[in-house]
Structure formats: structure tokens, C-alpha cells
Design a protein around this ligand. Structure first.
Ligand code: G6P
Length: 350
């Protein structure tokens, strides 16, 4: 097992560090994706269906498809699909995202959707059930993922979604920009030592909030899910603008807030939420551009990203330090992050 871990103490850590490679390999799928897109009829709406981390990739898909393609886009949890299929019609493309291609809820939803619309599965496992049942299939090239908590497969799913949007929108500029993601990701991974120290500072908190708006909302959700899965600490991902409608009542100096604040449209408004939670005593871990002096000033701890990473592509990079933060808190709390209690890599029951 040590050999399989390639010198890393856990599969999860190895898989986090494999992410630049996973993006690179998935980017090489572009010609397959172009080919699939050339077979598409004119779709009028998109619905994403998935569970868990794959659901968060779907949420990024919604913001991206709406921003780039102007197509109405829904996101439905696979376990809710049978109660919410009403809006699907023959002009819809229903996109299923699944690492394993075997999740029971997702397969059930796929069966229902196949009767009503065209279906596309974005899957990491060759030959899995979802790849046999969907009309179109795109493979993420993350390689096998052993850690129960999804990391590199999430990044590969996102890469596929960005490629799909770029191909559907004939957006050359975005395709070029995506080529730079592996290098940016290597830069972000260099933050690990700082994040490990941060983990030691925060690992005894009992509740966390993760906040973001727009493209950063799914990143906040995924950061909170990683925390719950492998540290057993309660973490809630929240749209920053919703804090004032309830959760603000829970904020005090015992509840750290992780704020995802890349440069762009959502920046100023999320920053005002940072000020709100600070006024109630919260320690804030800020994720933002290296030249964001206001955020640096407001945050107790700052995770700095290259300033070229704009909001639209930030989900591919801003989630990486959050994976590392949960990983190190998990290890420091004496937990095996590869095998969290009560969870399975692939859930084959509804
Ligand atoms: C399980 C795993 C999660 C995963 C989810 C969906 O709960 O523990 O990491 O995100 O299933 O799995 P899928 O294979 O459909 O992406």
C-alpha cells in the first residue's frame, strides 16, 4: 500500500497533488468533446443531475452555462430527480455527473431522463453503468481515485464542464485559458505548508461557515463538504448573501468563516459579508487575489492566489487549498482521511 501511495501518507494527499496532471489529461479530451457537440441538436435548456461532490460540479456548470451560453440551466440532486423531473422536455439536454458511474440515485434518475430527453454522462470509470445507458458519454481522465472524499475527480469533472461550455459556445479564448490551469494549480499547491499551519490553528473549532457568491458559492459548498466528510467538524456552505437571513445568528468568535472572494463581480459584496461576520467576532480565512489588500487586511488568515485567476475560472483553483485544509485538519485530529466513518466511495443504495 505504501508503494501505491507513491510516498504520500494518504491516497487523498496523493490525489490532491495529482490534480495538475488530472486537468492536463482531461484537457486532452477536447477533440472527443468537439465531436460529441457536433452531434448535438439545438438544445433549449440544460439540467444537471448528480450527488455529493459531483453535485457541486453541477452547480459550477449552472453558472458557467448561463454566463457563456445564455441557456436556462437547472441543477437537480439525483435523489430528488424523480420528484422534480417535470421541466424536462425533448429539447433538454440532461447532464449526469458521476465519478463512479454507479451511484444508485444517479442511475435511477438517468433511467427516468432517458425516456424524455437526450442524456449525457460525464464519468470517470470506463465501462460503468452510466456510460452504457446515456446517449452521449464524456470521460474525465482523473485516473483511479481511492480516497473516499473526491478531489481530483471533482477537478476533472469541472475541467470537462468548462471544455463542454467552451466547445458549445465556440469560445477559443476560454480553451486557451484552460491550458494554463495546470501551471496555476502547481503554484496553488505550493501553499501547502502555510495551510498545514492554518489547520493547526483552526482544527478544534466545532462549526465552520464557508461563504461565497456566484462561481464561488459551489466552492464554498464543496469546502464545507470536505470538512464534514473527513474532519467530522460541522461545516456549512452558504451563499454569502443569505447569511443575513438566519445563519448570522450563529456567528461568534467560536465559528470561523472561510470566505471565497476572487476578483470579479461578486468580490465587493462578499467582502461586505466578511465585514459583517468580523463585527460579530468571527475569525475569517480569506481566499483571494495576491493583490487584494482589503481582504488581506480584513482576514485573520489569507490564502493568496495569482491575480490572473478571474472569477469565471476560479472554481478550478480556489477549491484546492480547501481540500488541503480539511486534509491536514483530519490528520491532526487523528482521523484517517482515506476512510471516513459511515461513508462509502460509491453508494449503490437509494
Ligand atoms: C459518495 C462519495 C462522494 C461522491 C458521491 C457521488 O457519497 O463518498 O465522494 O461525491 O458518492 O458519487 P459519484 O460516483 O456519483 O460521483
Amino acid at each position: 500500500e505504501m508503494a501505491q501511495k507513491g510516498g504520500y501518507s494518504h491516497f487523498m494527499l496523493k490525489e490532491i497533488h495529482e490534480q495538475p496532471e488530472a486537468v492536463k489529461n482531461t484537457l486532452s479530451e477536447v477533440s472527443d468533446i468537439e465531436n460529441i457537440v457536433s452531434q448535438f441538436p439545438q438544445f433549449k435548456r440544460i439540467t444537471f443531475v448528480a450527488c455529493g461532490t459531483s453535485h457541486h460540479a453541477s452547480l459550477v456548470g449552472k453558472y458557467l452555462f448561463e454566463a457563456l451560453l445564455g441557456l436556462p440551466t437547472d441543477v437537480v440532486l439525483a435523489s430528488e430527480f424523480e420528484f422534480s423531473e417535470g421541466a424536462i422536455d425533448p429539447d433538454s439536454l440532461v447532464i449526469f455527473i458521476s465519478q463512479s458511474g454507479e451511484t444508485a440515485d444517479t442511475l435511477k434518475a438517468l433511467k427516468i431522463a432517458n425516456k424524455k430527453a437526450k442524456t449525457l454522462a460525464i464519468v470517470n470509470v470506463l465501462g460503468s453503468t452510466a456510460t452504457r445507458e446515456a446517449d452521449y458519454v464524456i470521460f474525465t481522465r482523473a485516473g483511479p481515485e481511492i480516497g473516499v472524499a473526491a478531489t481530483k475527480t471533482y477537478i476533472s469533472q469541472l475541467t470537462c464542464i468548462y471544455l463542454l461550455a467552451a466547445c458549445m459556445g465556440k469560445n477559443r479564448e476560454l480553451l486557451d485559458e484552460l491550458q494554463q490551469i495546470p501551471d496555476y494549480m502547481k503554484t496553488v499547491l505550493l501553499l501547502e505548508e502555510d495551510i498545514k499551519e492554518m489547520a493547526a490553528k483552526y482544527k478544534d473549532a466545532q462549526d465552520f461557515f464557508f461563504i461565497g457568491r456566484g462561481f464561488s458559492y459551489p466552492t464554498a459548498m464543496e469546502g464545507a463538504l470536505k470538512l464534514k466528510e473527513i474532519t467530522y467538524i460541522h461545516g456549512e456552505g452558504y451563499a454569502a448573501g443569505e447569511l443575513k437571513h438566519g445563519p448570522l445568528a450563529l456567528i461568534d468568535d467560536d465559528v470561523p468563516v472561510v470566505a471565497v472572494v476572487p476578483p470579479g463581480k461578486s468580490h465587493d459584496r462578499t467582502l461586505s459579508n466578511v465585514e459583517e461576520v468580523k463585527a460579530r467576532g468571527a475569525r475569517v480565512i480569506g481566499l483571494g487575489s495576491e493583490d487584494d489588500q482589503v481582504l488581506s487586511y480584513e482576514a485573520s488568515d489569507m490564502i493568496k492566489f495569482p491575480s490572473q485567476i478571474r472569477e469565471l475560472i476560479s472554481p478550478l483553483l480556489y477549491v484546492v487549498p480547501l481540500q488541503l485544509l480539511s486534509y491536514h485538519m483530519s490528520v491532526q485530529r487523528g482521523i484517517d482521511p482515506d476512510k471516513p466513518k459511515n461513508l462509502a466511495k460509491c453508494v449503490t443504495v437509494e
